[in-house]
Design a protein around this ligand. Sequence first.
Ligand code: NAD
Length: 497
Amino acid sequence: MAEGKTDDPGGGSAVRDQLMEQLNRQRTAFRESRSGTDYAERMVALKAMQEALYKYRHEYVEAVSADFGGRAPEETLLLEIFVLIDEIRHTRRHLKKWMKIKWVMPNWQFLPSRTKIIHQPLGVVGVMGAWNYQLLLTFGPMIGALSAGNHVMMKPSELAPRTAELMQKMISETFPPEYVTVITGDVDVASAFSTLPFDHLIFTGSTRVGKIIMRNASEHLTPVTLELGGKSPALVAREFPIGSGARRIVHGKFSNSGQTCVAPDYAMVHVDQLDTFVAEARKVIEEFYPQLVGSDDYTRIATKRHYDRLVSLVNEAREKGAEVLAVNPAGEDCNAENRVFPPTLVWNCPEDCTLMQEELFGPILPIVTYETTEGAIDYINDRPRPLALYYFDRDHERTWQVLTETISGGVTVNGCIYHLPQNNLPFGGVGDSGMGAYHGFDGFNTFSKKKAIFHQSRFASTTLLRPPYGFLARFIIGTLIRNWPTLDLVRRYRKGK
Ligand code: NAD
């Protein structure tokens, strides 16, 4: 891989040169450690990270809330701090097993030779996070990278600056900079970061920026994991209790005000149940959020720009004839200044509305109707592959049909979002929603080189297959491919020459 600026196509800017220096320091430290960190060192690092997260939990709650202009402390503690600590605990419990040499059977023809796989650290891993769950999406990949023995450079999003600064402070107190470091800065820094010749780069963000990242990384053939977004459907079978479906979808959608990559983007309900679903969803929203502006439980929209985008999406849908219901139980003043966007249900929305095309990433729930399960499956398959799919049904056969006839990053059946924090499930998208996966063993695996090793035996039959080829070699080849006439062909070919 390129070392220094001479064969470094992305080189040039002052910001990038500084980042490159930091990367070179990490690479040197990695190389000096000979084989990456060993088991004991990785365990120490993971424990230190766990303790630091615990120590800083209250400060994170405050920083995240300040960045959003208001977010429920419970959501930061549950959906970020807890999930991270739980993944560290899981990793510490299983790391020894994951790091074990894996002996596998060689092809019988090569017996008694032996074959094995070792997981080797890649070197320095770059992590680029997104603002919506800044801690989870930056530290989550880092846990995988550290467990695999790598050094790590992280670039959190500039849209959550207080959280990013606190992350930098915590990491610099916990780890030496040649081992783990946090880089803060604006989009130019992010852009320069993505051109560095990392040994692996993991990016979480939009599909649009994901394409830029992949292009930048391709200069150095840096392998990438892209954790992107998309329109994740929540499909409710006609037979499923509609009230229960509405409750679970509303919870998944409006937590963090829809600013969740795996939030259900739109609901699909049977055409006969549209009115009931709208009524039930409205009831649940009113129950969850009796107040919006006056509530600590209802998250603000991250920036005014994001807020204005949501307003224009709803306005366009309304102008094109969609039914729109903004649920604002206490009749409060929700505006771009306080960035409180009311939970909004939209139905009968024409397909050419931006709302039906782009990932919403906000508290707007379009409701689409279907007539048959096959029709619903076709609707989903006609669109880019989603990050998540939610299916609500108690019929096993139909559930299996939906699971096998649609393609998505992951699925929760009869619920929303819960496949994400599972330590034993790979998390990642497919097609437009991303590539690669992490979490638990899959993180360890993604940030390791699975090295294939073959130990040649002194007595292997392969020694009989060396030139000059005689009767014995031809006899063995004929036996291997189980085709005796081949032998004659070879003989005739040789004679003809
Ligand atoms: P974004 O793509 O705008 O930004 C993500 C990161 O990219 C930020 O850190 C930013 O600094 C960086 N960036 C922005 N422009 C760049 C450029 N030109 N060159 C290099 N880097 C650049 O996404 P966002 O607004 O932060 O997050 C929302 C999106 O992320 C949604 O699409 C959501 O679905 C997706 N997301 C996915 C996951 C997942 O795990 N799959 C999780 C959270 C969010």
